[in-house]
Design a protein around this ligand. Sequence first.
Ligand SMILES: C[S@@+](CC[C@H](N)C(=O)[O-])C[C@H]1O[C@@H](n2cnc3c(N)ncnc32)[C@H](O)[C@@H]1O
Length: 255
Amino acid sequence: MNPPPLASREAVREQYFGAVWAEQLNDVFADVAPYYDRANYVASLGLWNWFLRRFMATVDVRPGQRVLDLCAGTNAIGIALLGREPALEVHAMDRSGAMQEVGQRRAAAKGMKIRSVIGDVHSLPFPDGHFDVVTLQYASRHLRIKRVAEEAFRVLKPGGRFHHCDMLRPANSVVETLYYAYLRACLAATGFLFRSGPQALNCKQYFIQALKLFYSAEELSMILRDVGYADVAAKTIFCGMIGFHRAVKPQPSRP
Ligand SMILES: C[S@@+](CC[C@H](N)C(=O)[O-])C[C@H]1O[C@@H](n2cnc3c(N)ncnc32)[C@H](O)[C@@H]1O
């Protein structure tokens, strides 16, 4: 499937996946929550924590800052940031109560406090200019990403940073083909090993299709600039398969 032009991509993604996003994904993550972290460790051949460290190395935080982690899942980001800087106020938002339950247990086991909000990240229940840093990891393929980037922009303080990490669509078609073959094998293996339920197994095709219609690193940078972010910088690893974006909400210009 060749992705449609950038200008219509969000509308096409919505048309293809809107029903899955609204009706199926929450059940998938309820099924996956108890083994989510272990399955990712296996699927990434043990590199999961290394990917996280690579992403976290692009995020700078200072004591007292307020951080919002969107689609926080099992709180990998909040725990990593608090491990580095305990004097942060960390908020986690996710639509899945099951994923956040696991995340809250993980944080509590480390004596960390993460404020949890259960809800849809397309509409953030926070005032304008509230956060120093907003993060989003491994969830954008399930989102109207432009809309979420706009919401993140709204709740950031001027000068605040949006940090994004996800599997992206590699720009090279050979890499892309190999990548999808690997992911198909991974989904089959983890489904078998962790005894995924029907909700997760039925969505195997969706996970690949969603990536095929997703953005390359450069395309995602263009979307972020279009939203209004400045100093948009992207790093990729594994031939563009995983990307880390950093984008700044500009200070208002003086009259
Ligand atoms: C693949 S997990 C990523 C979790 C975590 N960020 C991580 O890096 O491990 C995707 C998460 O996005 C959440 N999610 C998907 N769509 C959402 C939405 N519209 N609003 C809030 N959370 C959503 C799911 O519930 C799930 O916890």
